[in-house]
Design a protein around this ligand. Structure first.
Ligand SMILES: [Zn+2]
Length: 289
């Protein structure tokens, strides 16, 4: 039996882009190339993977406490996905998890029915497509009269939720309003149906890292999630503590990889930021022991 800390998050937790700090000739050269995920994903090698896994904040924290870091195998994530990842590790008989750190992603990314377990034909047919992320494409397709069948279904979903027709003048305003309510409900359900259960079973401690997306961050700070008490203050490059991700990010000379290695266009946290995230979590957890 191993003791582990579970880290739920998206590409920021997974460590996308840390490969670029690996000091092999290949990765030094890649710092001068376009390296968003579609490109970067094709260049993965053993050195890069090892470097990423050893240097992401989850590993730095776990090492400090003599535990293992439990992180999603694949890059990316959203609330609906966190549930599957959590169940994989929480039900693993060989790992005992007493702490869970949740880094929130962007709510636009959630599947339209809020779950990757939804068994409806639409979700299955669309591969749980993130229509809210693409709402502008759906509206544009509507205007151009070339909606795909799945986009039609998505539009019917939006019409039902807004109680409007897509052709109504105030459809977009109503949609923005409904989207806000939908996000609040999603966060509420995640907390009540999952987080509280994970906390109660196994007396686990659960703490939060703010979202890098301002709108999601605002929603979280005005939600049932006790982020004021259990949100981890993030230590900036100026050694000050921040509750809001974007303010923390701005305290750094390079607020993401693309500012340090400009050609890469990769907007993920730098190596230094991973080290600061680790320091923030370690300090926070030690104060609570
Ligand atoms: Zn569905």
């Amino acid at each position: 039996m191993q003791n582990g800390i579970l880290f739920l998050g998206d590409s920021f937790t997974w460590g996308e882009g840390l490969e670029l700090y690996c000091d092999t000739p290949k990765w030094i050269e890649e710092r001068t190339q376009q390296n968003g995920w579609p490109t970067l994903s094709t260049k993965q090698d053993e050195d890069g993977i090892r470097f990423r896994e050893e240097n992401r904040f989850s590993r730095l924290v776990a090492n400090h406490f003599g535990k293992i870091d439990c992180v999603n195998d694949t890059n990316g994530g959203c609330v609906a996905g966190y549930i599957n990842v959590a169940h994989k590790f929480l039900f693993d008989p060989d790992i005992r998890i007493d702490t869970i750190i949740i880094q929130f992603s962007i709510l636009d990314r959630e599947p339209i029915h809020g779950s990757f377990s939804c068994v409806c034909d639409f979700c299955k047919a669309t591969g749980y497509h993130r229509y809210f992320e693409q709402v502008e494409h759906v509206i544009a397709a509507l205007i151009n009269g070339n909606l795909t069948d799945n986009q039609k279904e998505a539009l019917i979903f939006f019409e039902k939720k807004t109680n409007r027709k897509a052709t109504d003048n105030d459809f977009l305003d109503a949609l923005i309003n409904v989207r806000g309510i939908w996000y609040s409900n999603l966060v509420h359900d995640f907390y009540v149906n999952h987080i509280l259960h994970w906390e109660a079973s196994g007396k686990r401690k659960i703490y939060y890292i703010d979202s890098w997306d301002n709108e999601t961050s605002y929603k979280l700070h005005n939600s049932i999630i006790p982020i004021d008490k259990k949100g981890i203050p993030l230590i900036g490059e100026d050694d000050r503590k921040y509750q809001i991700w974007t303010k923390w990010e701005n305290s750094f000379e390079f607020k993401n990889i693309s500012q340090q290695f400009v050609k890469t266009g990769n907007g993920h946290p730098t190596l230094k930021q991973h080290q600061h995230l680790a320091k923030s979590i370690i300090q926070f957890l030690e104060e609570r022991q």
